[in-house]
Design a protein around this ligand. Structure first.
Ligand SMILES: [Zn+2]
Ligand SMILES: [Zn+2]
Length: 67
């Protein structure tokens, strides 16, 4: 018997933003440390997180993620 374990890593979903502290339906979530940033804060502070629009930087653990 083979049991398949599927680990789903959420990248985009609802969460509590670590920036504004508000619950938002659409947040970017760092799969490395769990840092959560809502879309609103992300756009507002775009320069902090992304330069290319393809990847974003987690300011908590300094890891890059694809958008
Ligand atoms: Zn926010
Ligand atoms: Zn992180």
């Amino acid at each position: 018997m083979k049991k398949e374990k599927t680990k789903k890593e959420k990248k985009l979903g609802p969460g509590v933003c670590d920036f504004c502290g508000e619950e938002q339906p659409l947040c970017y979530i760092c799969t490395n440390c769990g840092f959560t940033i809502c879309q609103r804060c992300f756009i507002e502070h775009q320069k902090l997180f992304t330069r290319t629009g393809v990847t974003w930087l987690c300011i908590n653990c300094s890891s890059w993620h694809t958008l």
